[in-house]
Ligand binder design. Structure first.
Ligand SMILES: [Zn+2]
Length: 529
């Protein structure tokens, strides 16, 4: 793209990607980047394959000037643009900043809507035309690649816009940009404006028509695509759609819409390396501190995550039943079959197989039932959860004692109390207990129900996964005479996990399956010392 080779007039079926993440994007409240961070983002954008990088607004601050100047001297294979208002000082400052670039562009703008002329600029239309002519010529003196923008174009008078762009092109502008500065237009209206300009602006065939949209009404991407369909050949975008107020058109959405439905947009293409989209999105989000919403198109964490059972079933049979893009094409590791309470058996079985667990039908039914109970309590069920859940199920499967239900109450006034119901060979027995805390009271209740008592020698709790709704895993060891028995229990509630572990140990006592024989007495751990 270095040569003033912006494919002018003949509207080649290629769309120029003008990225303004480092200018408009950085204007998002709270998204300020340090000089080093700007360089990191600049390098990532070059690798992504953008055509033009708007590196900043040199006249805005010494820091901006320095960042643009450094980036201009560093990046290769892209055009570096500096933004400037239509005045001498800004344009000279921008020219200074982009001077060292392999390919430099000065991007100058002035508002053209009556609202801005009256309330902000206090200029007449003729004064604006005179300013455009003089300033574009000034910029052209510094670089052959000059972009002119009519700020707030979509709320400007269309006939006046025709005169403004005609003036800019006659003065040497090689790109004319039609910003929807306040996110006001609609796809049909924007396309009609493109057609109006193509039909009425003399010399328009010698320039590239560019569009720049904001998302105040949520139509930035649709407006941009509609304009491309109507003849625009440069799109101004930001990574993750960050930018002023509700943000700008997001690069990833436009690029993937053009790639996935190019027949809808005149068969145009971009030179973006799509597999870099997700990594670049992550970097920009991390450095700016602006998170990407999970349901964001293309780069959101859930963009290729499927939870509903029906979807998972379809996906497993044929990916394109529910995916119009391949997640790996945009840089994801792959499709995510998220296990949650809406997931079906197919997805559940598939995930088990992925982590190497194979169950027979009966075991699968039991595990699926346990999974649904867990999924009701836990936002996201991970592979680690499943592995723990199934091993707990298989370990407890032969236990003669099975937990049916339990209850415990604690308080500051007096000992904790617990009640429990366990089944033994299909017959339910219940017990009550008191103790120093809920777990102790439940252990007492289990002893009462089962009619066995033993010494607790060891008690360990660990979380299966991070997060406050993690499954707790309890491992304990009890002594009965000179034999010790271990027990393991799993639940999102650590009290329940403790009861399950204790019941498992007592089952082993009943089944005569000691873990070891250690002649006593080893100083038994008082339940809670
Ligand atoms: Zn903007």
């Amino acid at each position: 793209m270095p040569e003033d080779g912006v494919q002018a007039a003949e509207q080649a079926p290629r769309v120029i990607v003008f990225d303004t993440t480092l200018r408009d994007g950085e204007q998002s409240p709270g998204a300020t980047l340090t000089a080093d961070e700007k360089l990191e983002v600049a390098d990532a954008l070059v690798e992504l394959g953008i055509d033009v990088m708007e590196a900043g607004f040199p006249a805005a601050s010494p820091g901006d000037f320095e960042a643009v100047r450094t980036i201009a001297g560093r990046v290769k294979g892209v055009t570096v643009a500096g933004l400037a208002r239509c005045n001498e000082a800004d344009i000279e400052r921008a020219a200074q900043a982009v001077k060292g670039a392999e390919a430099a562009r000065i991007h100058t703008f002035i508002a053209t809507s009556d609202i801005h002329l009256k309330h902000k600029l206090r200029l007449t239309r003729d004064e604006v035309l005179e300013r455009v002519d003089r300033m574009v010529r000034l910029a052209k003196g510094f670089t052959s690649d000059v972009e002119f923008s009519a700020e707030d174009a979509t709320r400007s008078d269309w006939d006046f816009l025709t005169r403004v762009f005609a003036t800019a092109i006659a003065a040497g502008a090689t790109t004319v940009n039609v910003p929807d500065t306040v996110g006001y237009t609609s796809p049909t209206e924007y396309a009609a404006l493109m057609e109006h300009l193509i039909a009425t602006v003399p010399g328009i065939e010698h320039a590239v028509i560019s569009v720049h949209c904001h998302d105040d009404l949520g139509m930035a991407t649709a407006n941009t695509l509609s304009a491309v369909r109507a003849g625009a050949r440069q799109v101004e975008v930001t990574m993750n759609g960050i930018g002023e107020r509700a943000g700008n058109t997001s690069l990833e959405e436009v690029v993937m819409a053009l790639a996935t439905r190019s027949e809808q947009f005149g068969g145009v293409s971009t030179r973006i390396r799509k597999e870099r989209l997700v990594p670049t999105s992550r970097m920009v989000s991390m450095l700016t501190g602006v998170p990407v919403q999970p349901n964001k198109a293309i780069v959101g964490a859930n963009a290729f995550a499927h939870e509903a059972g029906i979807h998972q079933d379809g996906m497993l049979k044929e990916r394109t039943t529910y995916e119009i893009m391949n997640p790996t094409d945009v840089g994801w590791e792959g499709t995510k079959l998220v296990l949650g309470k809406h997931s079906g058996r197919a997805g559940f079985r598939n995930t088990l197989q992925e982590i190497g667990i194979r169950l027979d039908e009966e075991q699968l039914n039991e595990a699926y039932h346990r999974f649904l109970t867990l999924a009701d309590r836990k936002k996201a069920v991970t592979a680690a959860d499943l592995a723990a859940l199934v091993s707990d199920q298989l370990e407890a499967a032969d236990d003669v004692l099975q937990l049916v239900r339990w209850n415990a109450s604690i308080g500051s006034s007096g000992p904790a109390t617990g009640s429990i119901v366990v089944s033994r060979d299909g017959r339910e027995v219940s017990g009550d207990g008191q103790g120093n805390g809920a777990v102790d009271a439940l252990f007492e209740a289990i002893d009462d129900a089962v009619g066995i008592s033993c010494e607790l020698e060891e008690y360990n709790v660990e979380a299966v996964t991070p997060g406050e709704d993690a499954q707790g895993q309890v491992r304990l060891r009890v002594r009965s005479g000179d034999q010790v028995y271990t027990g393991h229990g799993l639940a999102t509630d650590v009290i329940e996990a403790s009861a399950r572990a204790y019941i498992a140990a007592l089952s082993k006592i009943i089944q005569g399956e000691p873990t070891a024989i250690i002649p006593g007495p080893v100083s038994a751990v008082s339940r809670w010392s």
